[in-house]
Design a protein around this ligand. Sequence first.
Ligand code: FAD
Length: 398
Amino acid sequence: MGTDRVRTVTVVGGGIVGLAVARALTRRGVAVTVLEKESRWGTHQTGHNSNVVHAGLYYKPGSLKARMSVSGNRSMVEYAREHGVPVEVCGKLVVATSADELPALTVLAERAEANGVPAKLVNQDEAREYEPEVAAVAALRVESTGIIDYPAVCAAMVGELAEADLRLSTPALAIRTVNGQVEVATENGVVRGDALVNCAGLHSDRVARMAGLTPRARIVPFRGEYYELRPDRSHLVRGLIYPVPDPTLPFLGVHLTRMLDGSVHAGPNAVLALRREGYRWRDISPADLLDTARFPGTWRLARKYAFPVGFDEVRRSLSKRRFAASLARLVPAVTEDDLVRSGAGVRAQALLPDGSLVDDFLVEEGPRQVHVLNAPSPAATSALEIGAHLAELVFTTV
Ligand SMILES: Cc1cc2nc3c(=O)[nH]c(=O)nc-3n(C[C@H](O)[C@H](O)[C@H](O)COP(=O)(O)OP(=O)(O)OC[C@H]3O[C@@H](n4cnc5c(N)ncnc54)[C@H](O)[C@@H]3O)c2cc1C
């Protein structure tokens, strides 16, 4: 459908999702232009995440997230191996630290089974065979979780896009459709294409509005801050240790992740960022704040989560002692002295006017346009799947 009418496509956003759709389109013979406002590929969410290849156990069976992360887990590992990108399938342990968490752990095990993710419930002693320092009454062992280097995945994709027109430091400034062509204004002139794909992450709702869409969802930026274990304490963690997530919250809870270089990262937490790309408390944008404050969903979200969840997250963000205490629930030997501040990432989370957070990946289509309006975790894991799906959609919009 429409494949012969799509010869050129403009992709806005050079994170892992934008590059993956550019790759998928190029492989189908389309001439692609990628516009990225920063001077490097994958500068924002893709370059500031936990570098985990998720297995797909958390997500609602049948959702895009569930389907695309289970197959994405396999395709991302395969892609990395084929392209010489460092990857290690080290498995992870989801840890119940008290008897109250056992029902939720069992639900998670059932969800894993429904999603086709190999996972097994293990007792305290078995959990300690995987992670000797862990405090578990029971745990879920997931073998297919891995660790990877997502910026290196982006570099490999860029390497495959030799035929494409790749433009760094080129923000999309305005978008309109004229005579069956989508025109994107940049500082260096207009880029024309038969169709447009918006993969602008933290700015995806704005780019959609720029293109004439009125998306219901608004992006709310949630910062996730990380600490790192001091190198002489990194032996406390062998692989990946996660808490049992609270099913009413959208994020997985602070966890311990061994990285490919052997360092152990701890985090991320979740606090509202005061700027779309606000990596520190002092990064404030009055325009972004006003945008968030004017959206009715923000206040409804605040009523639901501000107290005690949001309040506790802020206190943990400001207090290393509290951060260490959250980690010590998983690994009691971790103390405040073991932690060194590391980076932060900002999640682009779509919020609806009723105050609910969009759980699944969200894509909206317009004439000759495809907009990715919610691609939070595990979208890096699922990038190749999302890319193929978006490429298919492009042909149906023309
Ligand atoms: C703290 C954190 C931890 C995470 N951990 C994991 C994990 O372990 N595993 C996992 O699978 N996922 C994880 N994720 C999620 C994952 O990082 C994202 O889902 C994924 O990177 C989204 O990719 P993207 O290309 O949509 O967005 P981005 O990487 O944010 O790319 C969007 C790009 O669009 C560009 N852009 C915006 N506006 C314009 C414009 N007007 N013109 C041109 N360019 C524009 C931006 O500069 C940016 O480079 C995590 C995310 C965060 C924040």
